[in-house]
Design a protein around this ligand. Sequence first.
Ligand SMILES: *Cc1c(COP(=O)(O)O)cnc(C)c1O
Length: 363
Amino acid sequence: MIKEEGKSMDVVSNIEIDRVKESKLPQVDFNNIQFGKQFSDHMFIADYKGGEWKNFKIVPYAPISLSPACAAIHYGQSVFEGMKAYKNEDGEVFLFRPEENAKRINKSAARLCMPEIPQELFMEAVKELIKIDSDWVPAIDGCSLYIRPYLFASEELLGVRPADEYKFMIFTAPVGGYYEDEIHVKIETEYTRAAEGGVGFAKAAGNYAAALYPAKLGEAQGFRQLIWTDAKEHKYIEESGTMNIMFHIGDKLITPFTDLKTTLAGITRDSVLTLAKELGVVVEERKVSIAEVVEAIKDGTLKDAFGTGTAATLAQISSITYNDERLELPSLDSRTLSNEIGQIIQDLKRGKVEDTHNWIYRV
Ligand SMILES: *Cc1c(COP(=O)(O)O)cnc(C)c1O
């Protein structure tokens, strides 16, 4: 039940459901999933109008109609989340820490003057959609159903002000195992992802748009990702592409802190730090300078560097280029910490180890 201003409403019984006549499922080859090309049968949609959320619907996945003057398109009031549904060996469908996504979309929304999505609405909408399309959750190791909840200003509006009308939508898409070639990254010292006082901590659509051009330049030079640095001096490391970044130096796991709000507080980041602490590793969340990382690579004390995020969970970095100097990192099989933590998370998702943190949420 959603309790808002004294009122309460039952989300589930208020979701109108229109099922597809024919599922697209038989067309999907789960052993050869094409990323972002296939979407599940249904989507969720809700309207914010007149100061309240209404019209909760699960309908066939299909294009929607919007005004050409839709505010999100012009002024960018648009935020999103990324999460995944998994199937364990018993065929049970579950999510990983979904309440954290529910909380985070509201932090993003608040920064962009967008209305709050009641946590219960977010959770019930995700849950009901996944239940209806549960056959779309691959039972194959490493595969999952990617979930994209998003919120955008739908009002027909030309003046610049926070819109009065929004849509909250969710669609899903099966995704295959995340296989990567070696990841070579470059430390970016010209372009900026996020500045203090900006929107770097929000999962705002515009952050991604702004990163495309520098990422394209980096790709042309053969770099898979850019390591973003602080906007003021380009001396401190913040993120790697659209992932958080961690360094295992000596016996410490070091990662940029989120205090300046220029680094997005990843849920994978938090999970990895929690597990590392439990393994007895000293964790430091603070400013991380380029200089100390370069020095640690050169003097051999850097054991590991990896990105963290829902898409890949952990992505080990093979080389870091700084000012045209390419620094090779230790071989991937020597990365004991990230390999161990990656294994623990995988085992948790398969139900092979006890979920002591209550991270697994059964649908
Ligand atoms: C989504 C995102 C991450 C990772 O967050 P998770 O909750 O771990 O998926 C990291 N950095 C940026 C910029 C992101 O948008």
